[in-house]
Design a protein around this ligand. Structure first.
Ligand SMILES: C=CC1=C(C)c2cc3[nH]c(cc4nc(cc5[nH]c(cc1n2)c(C)c5CCC(=O)O)C(CCC(=O)O)=C4C)c(C)c3C=C
Ligand code: FE2
Length: 463
């Protein structure tokens, strides 16, 4: 199959709805015990046998309620209709062994394939298996439905070339991967007004877990972290709620913590041509990269790049700003989300339109004008961010904002120039502080029908 993440389950209901009324893992384990078809997708991905495992010869079954396929051309969790909750974790490897790294990716792949299909992290589950050993699943989602869980893996630049020392001494290529570094996996420049906290930046490996239930997303990261014990440690993580983008035309546009609709002009899953142009890395990109740096990044074809920015919003100041000023800063109306040049939510902004005194209706320093493709050489991105609220600071201000996530084909053309412009000219910057940052290469999906036990995410990087 191709990863058509938007494919609804057989009864045609959206996964979120199905999850809401869906089967619990207990039910799925029962199904798994009773019928191989119930595990068709895990079986096609080829995972080790176990009590709750299907026969690998079983034909692929349609997705079960509340689940998205784990295997496919692209990883799930990118064009998948954005779920309501997210837990993203960045890890640093504590090993320098390439074999250990491959073993971790194999283990994570098998575990993610099980978890996304509503199964326990391991074959025994939380309440079974050897009595004198810790259970192979932590147990907190045993009675919960799969909640549309997706797990997406990505690699940081440091995986390939290590981390340079503050004095500029180059990092160390611990895994023999430097000649596979994609040309576009650059170190992000320091942008104007960046206030980055190093403990919220970078990382060798990143895992994004999204689900419609926070406990399901957190459980996934917890169990993957547990499996990484002795090989990788958690560097930083971020919880998110209330998606701030739609990634499918089937979704309504959500709102960010400024109270504005966010995601109106986003790229959508139903526009494969635009996704090919702006999101998926193409074979030609590896050829261009090889000519540029000599490195072979063909392994990334069909993948993408993930930009993560933790953006704190000074909402107390924002909340004392007039509606007129708020709308001028964004360039859209607060109620409907229509451009200030007129029309309705999905009308194209008319950046030439002027009003009283000949002034542009969409202000020259407004966010929407500066982020619009016509201001950025035609580039677009797939935004998939979340709101966050992480307590408060010593002055009693909420530490809240937008965890900006975007998937792009080449960050050098599709993110860095836009962020450069926004950081210097966007009037909204007065209310924002970028406190965390990362750029990661997202390998393509684990192919359907791969040999049992053989396939793992990012495999082509190691062959
Ligand atoms: C570098 C890219 C972007 C950052 C960082 C960013 C932060 C950010 N955005 C909002 C609120 C809105 N953004 C909207 C549109 C929009 N934003 C970006 C890029 C970044 N935003 C793009 C490419 C676009 C689309 C522009 C277009 O094609 O018209 C909107 C309008 C609604 C929408 O189209 O989504 C809002 C609202 C905040 C609050 C924020 C940082 C906290
Ligand atoms: Fe934006």
């Amino acid at each position: 199959m191709t990863t058509d993440d938007t494919t609804p389950s057989p009864d045609g209901a959206a996964p979120a709805e199905q999850a809401a009324r869906g089967l619990s893992r207990r039910g799925l384990l029962g199904l798994a015990g009773g019928g191989a078809a119930a595990l068709g997708l895990a079986a096609t991905a080829g995972f080790a046998g176990g009590r709750a495992q299907a026969a690998t010869s079983a034909p692929a079954a349609p997705a079960r309620p509340g689940t998205y396929a784990f295997t496919g051309e692209h990883q799930a969790g990118i064009v998948t209709p954005a779920q309501d909750r997210m837990h993203l974790a960045a890890f640093d490897l504590t090993t320098t062994s390439r074999e250990d790294l491959v073993e971790l990716l194999r283990t994570w792949t098998a575990m993610a394939a099980r978890l996304t299909q509503g199964l326990a992290a391991g074959p025994f589950g939380p309440a079974s298996g050897p009595y004198d050993a810790p259970p192979d699943d932590t147990g907190e989602v045993l009675d919960l439905p799969p909640a549309g869980l997706t797990i997406t893996f990505a690699f940081g630049r440091s995986l390939f070339v290590g981390t340079p020392a503050p004095d500029g001494t180059p990092g160390v290529d611990r895994f023999g991967l430097a000649d596979r570094l994609p040309a576009a996996l650059v170190e992000l420049p320091r942008f104007a007004q960046d206030a980055l906290e190093p403990q919220r930046c970078d990382g060798d490996l990143v895992v994004q877990a999204c689900a419609d239930d926070p406990q399901v997303a957190v459980h996934a990261i917890r169990n993957l972290s547990r499996a990484a014990f002795g090989t990788a440690t958690l560097r930083w993580s971020q919880l998110g709620y209330g998606r701030t983008s739609s990634t499918s035309t089937t979704q309504t546009t959500p709102r960010n913590l400024f109270g504005f609709k966010d995601g109106t002009a986003n790229l959508k899953a139903e526009d494969p041509e635009a996704l090919a142009e702006h999101v998926w890395v193409q074979a030609a990109d590896a050829e261009a990269g090889r000519a540029e740096t000599g490195a072979d990044s063909a392994w990334l074809t069909g993948g993408t790049y993930l930009v993560a920015r933790r953006i704190r919003m000074t909402i107390e100041t924002w909340d004392r700003t007039s509606l007129r000023e708020q709308e001028a800063l964004i360039g859209r109306t607060k109620g409907e989300g229509a451009p200030l040049s007129g029309g309705t939510e999905f009308s194209e902004p008319d950046l030439e339109a002027t009003g009283r005194g000949g002034l542009p209706l969409v202000a020259t320093d407004s966010h929407v004008r500066l982020a619009h493709p016509s201001t950025n050489g035609g580039v677009r991105m797939l935004r998939r961010g979340y709101n966050f609220t992480d307590g408060n600071d010593a002055l009693g201000r909420l530490d809240a904002g937008l965890f900006f996530l975007a998937f792009v084909r080449d960050p050098r053309t599709h993110y860095i120039p836009m962020q450069s412009t926004l950081s210097r000219q966007d009037a909204l910057m007065e209310y924002l502080r970028h406190t965390g940052s990362g750029l990661y290469a997202v390998p393509p999906g684990v192919p359907d029908g791969a040999e049992p036990g053989e396939a793992f995410v990012g495999q082509a990087l190691f062959t």
